[in-house]
Design a protein around this ligand. Structure first.
Ligand code: 13P
Length: 255
C-alpha cells in the first residue's frame, strides 16, 4: 500500500509572519491519527525554510525546498545546494516544477542533474512532469510525459530512484482552476506507472508514489485521490489557506 502524500507548494508567496502562522495552523489541525495515515509536507520559499522547519517541528509536517542547484558548493552565485537544504532541516525538494521549466527555462538535462544531486545530498526529490495545453490538444501527452520521465530518471539506479516521488502536473491545470478530470489524471498516472515498470521493475513501479497537481481544491481532492494510481496531491494556491489545505489532507484520508 502506498501511503498518501500531500504537499503544499507555496511558490513565491508568504512572508516571515504569515508562513509560520500557516504551518502552525495546519499542524494544529493535523492529528496524531492523521499522521499515521498521510504524509504532509510544505514547500516554502528558500529564505524562510529554517523558520518554517522550526515552526513545523511540533507537528511533524515535513519541509521541502522549491528547487536546488546540482553542485555541492563553490562559485555559483545565487544558487543553493542540496546539502544546504538538508542542513537547515528539510527532507524534500521539488525538481522540474513546470514554472521552472516554462518560466525560467529549465530543460530535462538540468533537471536530471538536480535529481541526482538531491538524492546524493540526502534529499527526497519530488520530480514534476506534465504537458502543455498545446501538447495535450495535439494528442502528445503520453509522448511528452514519457520523454520527461525517461530523461529525468536517466542514470539513476533502482536504489536511488526509490527516493523519488513523482508529481504529474498538467501545465494547463496549474493555477487556472481547470483541474484535469479524475479520469484524465488517472490515465496519465497509470501510463507513468507502466513506464516505470519498464524502466525499472514492477515492484519499483508499484511502490512509487505519484502525486497529481493542478488546481487541487477541497471539493475535488477526494475524487482525485480515489483513483487507483493517484497517491497524493501537490497543491499550490489552496495550500496557502490552512482550512483548505487541511480539508484536502482530510479528503485524502477519507478517499
Ligand atoms: P495550483 O494548485 O495553484 O494550480 O498549483 C499547482 C502547482 O503548481 C503545485 O506545484
Amino acid at each position: 500500500m502506498r501511503k498518501p502524500f500531500i504537499a503544499g507548494n507555496w511558490k513565491m508567496n508568504t512572508d516571515g509572519h504569515s508562513g509560520p502562522e500557516l504551518v502552525k495552523a495546519v499542524g494544529q489541525g493535523f492529528t496524531q491519527l492523521d499522521r499515521e495515515k498521510v504524509d504532509v509536507a510544505v514547500i516554502p520559499p528558500f529564505v524562510y525554510l529554517a523558520q518554517i522547519v522550526n515552526a513545523a517541528k511540533a507537528s511533524r509536517i515535513a519541509v521541502g525546498a522549491q528547487d536546488i542547484f546540482y553542485e555541492q558548493k563553490g562559485a555559483f552565485t545565487g544558487e543553493i545546494s542540496a546539502n544546504m537544504i538538508k542542513d537547515v532541516g528539510c527532507n524534500y525538494c521539488l525538481c522540474g516544477h513546470s514554472e521552472r521549466r516554462h518560466v525560467i527555462g529549465e530543460g530535462d538535462e538540468l533537471i536530471n542533474k538536480k535529481v541526482h544531486a538531491a538524492i546524493n545530498g540526502g534529499l527526497l526529490p519530488i520530480l514534476c512532469v506534465g504537458e502543455l495545453l498545446e501538447e495535450r490538444e495535439a494528442g502528445n501527452t503520453e509522448q511528452v510525459v514519457e520523454r520527461q520521465v525517461k530523461k529525468d530518471f536517466a542514470g539513476l539506479s533502482v536504489e536511488k530512484a526509490r527516493a523519488v516521488t513523482l508529481a504529474y502536473e498538467p501545465v494547463w491545470a496549474i493555477g487556472t482552476g481547470r483541474t484535469a478530470t479524475p479520469q484524465q489524471a488517472q490515465e496519465v498516472h497509470a501510463m507513468i506507472r507502466e513506464l516505470l515498470a519498464g524502466l525499472y521493475d514492477k515492484s519499483f513501479a508499484d511502490d512509487m508514489r505519484i502525486q497529481y497537481g493542478g488546481s487541487v481544491k477541497p471539493d475535488n481532492a477526494k475524487e482525485l485521490m480515489q483513483q487507483q494510481d493517484i497517491d497524493g496531491l501537490l497543491v499550490g494556491g489552496a495550500s496557502l489557506k490552512a482550512d483548505d489545505f487541511l480539508a484536502i489532507i482530510k479528503a485524502s484520508i477519507a478517499a
